[in-house]
Ligand binder design. Structure first.
Ligand code: URA
Length: 186
């Protein structure tokens, strides 16, 4: 028999209480994730940045502004989707997540995914893509290609922050979000 899923409110309380790794000591607050609990699409980013740590909401800084514009291209609004991250606490100075942090934190993401039970998981950047697809293949090769992980359709996309300093990434992001819109209308 399948084990029952954990309600999102309960998971949020567990995340808020988490002291499993040293990132807990440096956070203003945890960033659980945000959006429609019955979303058809779950977006997974990397980790909270400075603004997210201050506000407790994912993707509210410059990368979030990019994401909001890109969602429109796919015909989506933030209220339609759920947005979460691999890590729930901000790494100092926005450094990359470490393997042991990912290992300790991702049971929360796994449970969020089971509870939300989306049709599509959109992985934003390398960390989310490698975690969800259990692959060493990088985002440069995988972005814009439809994959499968268990019962979930997985669509890897560049991280929206990648476009801040590299315009060619913005073009790829626009194309991939247009493709996502087509996949959702199929
Ligand atoms: N980058 C991420 O990966 N996640 C956020 O929430 C913000 C920026």
């Amino acid at each position: 028999m399948q084990k029952p899923h954990i309600p999102l409110d309960e998971l949020r309380r567990q995340v808020e209480a988490c002291q499993a790794c040293p990132l807990a000591g440096g956070r203003t607050q945890t960033v659980f994730g945000d959006g429609n609990p019955d979303a058809r699409v779950l977006f997974i980013g990397e980790a909270p940045g400075k603004n997210e740590d201050l506000q407790g909401v994912p993707f509210v800084g410059k990368a979030g502004q990019n994401l909001n514009q890109l969602l429109e291209i796919a015909g989506l609004a933030r209220e339609d989707v759920f947005i979460a991250n691999v890590l729930k606490c901000r790494p100092p100075g926005n450094r990359d997540p470490r393997p042991e942090e990912i290992e300790l934190c991702t049971p929360f993401l796994r449970e969020q995914t089971r509870t939300i039970n989306p049709e599509f998981i959109v992985t934003l950047g390398n960390f989310a893509t490698k975690f969800v697809l259990k692959t060493e293949m990088g985002i440069t090769r995988l972005h814009g290609t439809l994959q499968q992980a268990g019962r979930f359709k997985v669509f890897p996309i560049y991280h929206p922050a990648a476009a801040i300093y590299d315009h060619s990434k913005w073009v790829a992001l626009e194309n991939d979000f247009a493709t996502l819109g087509e996949l959702l209308r199929r």
